[in-house]
Design a protein around this ligand. Structure first.
Ligand code: FNR
Length: 382
């Protein structure tokens, strides 16, 4: 039996191919998103110069505020996807991640389908990925196998509940995350997989000592819907759209002490600008290197969504489904072109908004409407 045949017979690798197939089938960038309810007040004389814009992110010293967040590995198809993502990281310099490497602990022959990402991108910032059920020693092994610069740990209770074979006991996650943080020598970034992280969850993770959080919100790839589609009769489909969008999660997280390397020094919902500076900011912010990076993924369709998330306090913005679609339908070099175009567009949008760097984007006038405003009101944020 060939290695690929062996992989295809494992239930875990079958699930990973199902995820790729169903995520691609679900892809619908025309679907409305909470991002549509984040608008910038246009100030006709505020514009700066694109050439003067710095894209440097306060997260992990990344050169750009854009990254590919964790998706796949473990099958022949996933191997080729990770090869493309590795090439993307090498050619554009953005940070990249693989999908959950738990399978490598059980089926070591699958390792190459993940490490191809590092082989293609020997000098770039690479994130390994695992679930929160692994021990500290296992997490350290995963980081070592990948030669990773950071470890994404996904916490995905809604997805597990939607999966017939999923976990039903999440009580160990906090202790496990604390153990993982102690055991690995690179930053640990805890993420959802498309249901968002609440302010309270982020505060708990901060106190556990993580290096970053990724709100990974609702609105893009929907694992409630994907796992329901994998079940006979589409059972538990009510778990589709569970949780908060990245936009709502960022609004929720505003002003949380110690989160976001540059804090929310100019935050204020709906009324930002020079006059609102400091409304939600901490008066004595923690030193930058002691703060938790605030990352946002979930439902990002285009460069304007990236700029919106950055303006709401994200230190960098992650994309999964949208880039997977380009990679699978058009190939790695088209994805490289797409990301280079996105970086140029982000730069131009920042010039349009008069923001020479990401920190300055936090002082732009942002208007929130519709479901995002309602979320903020219901959460008591004004
Ligand atoms: C994912 N995602 C994911 N996340 C994770 O931490 N570990 C994983 O193994 C996977 N697997 C996976 C497979 C596929 C095919 C996709 C599209 C996504 C979730 C991903 O990191 C992200 O949180 C969500 O997809 C939301 O972002 P988008 O897709 O809306 O940009």
């Amino acid at each position: 039996m060939s290695e690929n045949e062996a992989q295809a017979e494992s239930p875990t690798s079958q699930r990973k191919d199902d995820h790729i197939r169903l995520a691609l089938a679900q892809h619908a960038p025309e679907r409305p998103r909470d991002y549509d309810h984040v608008r910038f007040v246009h100030h006709a004389l505020a514009g700066g110069s694109s050439a003067a814009v710095s894209l440097a992110s306060p997260a992990f010293s990344w050169s750009a505020p854009l990254y590919v967040t964790g998706m796949t590995g473990g099958t022949a198809r996933a191997h080729e996807i990770n090869r493309g993502i590795g090439i993307l990281g090498r050619e554009t310099g953005i940070a990249v991640a693989c999908g959950s490497m738990g399978i490598v602990l059980r089926e070591p022959e699958t390792a190459a389908s993940f490490t191809v990402l590092r082989e293609e991108n020997p000098d770039g910032f690479v994130m390994a990925n695992t679930n929160a059920n692994v021990t500290g020693a296992q997490a350290a092994r995963i980081v070592g196998i990948m030669g990773a610069d950071a470890l994404q740990v996904h916490i995905n209770a809604p997805q597990e509940i939607a999966m017939p074979e999923g976990d039903r006991d999440f009580t160990a996650w906090r202790d496990n995350i604390a153990e993982i943080v102690d055991a690995v020598e690179v930053p640990v970034i805890v993420k959802e997989v498309g249901a968002g992280l609440s302010r309270g969850s982020i505060a708990v993770l901060r106190d556990l000592g993580v290096g970053g959080v990724d709100v990974a919100g609702r609105g893009g790839t929907d694992f409630g819907a994907i796992e329901s589609a994998r079940r006979a009769g589409g059972a538990r489909s009510y778990l589709a759209s569970w949780g908060q969008s990245a936009v709502s999660a960022l609004v929720d997280a505003a002003g949380l002490e110690g989160v976001g390397p540059w804090g929310r020094d100019a935050a204020g919902i709906g009324t930002r600008g020079a006059g609102a500076a400091g409304v939600l900011g901490s008066s004595a912010p923690a030193p930058v290197d002691e703060r938790v990076a605030l990352l946002a993924s979930g439902g990002v369709r285009h460069p304007l969504d990236v700029v919106r998330a950055l303006a709401l306090g994200a230190d960098a913005v992650g994309v999964a489904g949208q880039f997977l679609q380009v990679l699978v339908t058009e190939g790695p070099s088209a994805l490289v072109d797409t990301v280079q175009e996105w970086l140029e567009e982000i730069r131009d949008l920042m010039a349009l908004l008069g923001a020479p760097d990401i920190r300055a984007l936090r002082r732009t006038d942002v208007l929130l409407s519709g479901p995002v405003r309602e979320f903020a009101e219901l959460r008591g944020i004004d």
